[in-house]
Design a protein around this ligand. Structure first.
Ligand SMILES: NC(=O)c1ccc[n+]([C@@H]2O[C@H](COP(=O)([O-])OP(=O)(O)OC[C@H]3O[C@@H](n4cnc5c(N)ncnc54)[C@H](OP(=O)(O)O)[C@@H]3O)[C@@H](O)[C@H]2O)c1
Length: 342
């Protein structure tokens, strides 16, 4: 058994890590930290875990040595603590944004602050297994991707790899409330958040930098809209093929890249309610569903991608990387198919 601890275990990503890892046959959960809930039962904060664990949170100051440390802190904190974390565990998986960008200048440009551990940036592998499987297997440090970046990169990767589309890409992202984490503000207050279709970031989304890093050559524009959904993320991506292409050829491009991927599903059905990807049926799963349609009127290729932001977009992605880093089957503890109806 491998001893895994979670820093920031009372948050939404931490809760999903716990749910998945408590069923993992090779993992023994050692410690889960929280400042606010130290010494209180994990199930007090994550009530879905009642009877699944009798663990209590510990203060971050009491963090002991373990085999793998998973860090689920808000953005901007792990970069000041990473050297300390490295003394606690040989392998580290960070869910935040601090170590995703390899270029220090890009971090400053998009996060408007100086990086406090820039010397460590090059040690981290970007955590999307479908793109970096071999590097992750051989790495001790993984930085999981942002959820919006994850679904956008996976949706576009085969098209970029096969040189199918022009460089201009417009991503229309529909965001759920859990993406903001557990801390609350006026914008998450029920009368303000309930029922919204709120354009909250028509330009300037920070995940642009990650997508452009991973899909070199693209010029990415993201517009984000908050909608009335607790979990899930849908992107509708507008692109243009470089040359005339049929839907059948596009399907072949996706299949050639993703045929053997356990968590990528190409959704291309001619009819039916679920003929396009939809986050609702992905809740709790590690799948990324991808569909597409050619608009012959304007020669536009519309790509649609959906994930659960808290699973494929963060905790599931982290466990997928953990499985690779430890030499276990990549799908271990990630085979939940979701619920229907839900
Ligand atoms: N939510 C998503 O959909 C999503 C998707 C992709 C990636 N992520 C990434 O995952 C990370 C966690 O996100 P989240 O949504 O789970 O956030 P969250 O719900 O706000 O949880 C943050 C956790 O960190 C702890 N914490 C906060 N400040 C701390 C500090 N200074 N020192 C020690 N612990 C501290 C909090 O507990 P205490 O205050 O009790 O210590 C809590 O357990 C973020 O970096 C985020 O970018 C999240």
């Amino acid at each position: 058994m491998i001893k895994v601890s979670i820093v920031g275990g009372s948050g939404y990503a931490g809760g999903e890590l716990l749910r998945i890892l408590l069923q993992h046959p090779k993992v023994s959960l050692q410690q889960v930290t929280s400042r606010q809930f130290a010494n209180q039962p994990v199930s007090l904060v994550h009530p879905n875990l009642r009877k699944a664990t009798d663990m209590s949170f510990v203060s971050p100051a009491k963090l002991e040595k373990c085999d793998v440390l998973i860090v689920a802190l808000p953005n901007g904190i792990s970069m000041s603590l990473m050297n300390k974390f490295k003394r606690k565990a040989k392998k580290i998986i960070d869910l935040g944004a601090d170590f995703r960008l390899h270029d220090e200048g890009k971090f400053t440009e998009w996060y408007h602050q100086k990086h406090l551990s820039a010397d460590l940036l090059k040690q981290f592998v970007y955590g999307i297994s479908e793109l970096h499987r071999e590097e992750i297997k051989n790495s001790d440090y993984v930085a999981c991707a942002g959820c919006e970046a994850t679904v956008s990169i996976l949706s576009l990767f085969p098209l970029v790899k096969n040189n199918v589309i022009e460089s201009e890409v417009i991503i229309d992202a529909k965001m759920s409330s859990s993406q903001a984490g557990m801390s609350f503000s006026l914008s998450s207050h029920h009368p303000e958040r309930s029922g919204v279709v709120r354009s909250y970031m028509p330009t300037g989304h920070r995940h642009t930098a990650e997508i452009e890093q991973e899909l070199a050559g693209l010029n990415v524009s993201i517009s984000a809209t908050a909608i009335d959904m607790v979990r899930g993320l849908l992107v509708t991506i507008h692109t243009r093929p470089k040359e005339w292409i049929t839907e059948k050829e596009i399907w072949k491009v996706y299949k050639s890249v993703y045929r053997d991927e356990p968590f990528i599903r190409i959704v291309k059905e001619k009819s039916g309610l679920y003929r396009y990807p939809e986050p609702k049926i992905l809740q709790g799963t590690n799948y990324c569903d991808i569909g597409f349609e050619l608009d012959k009127h304007t020669n536009r290729l519309v790509v649609i991608g959906a994930i659960d932001n808290l699973v494929k977009g963060t905790a599931g992605q982290a466990v997928q990387a953990l499985n690779l880093m430890c030499g276990w089957p990549e799908t271990t503890s990630l085979t939940f198919t979701g619920l229907h109806p839900i």
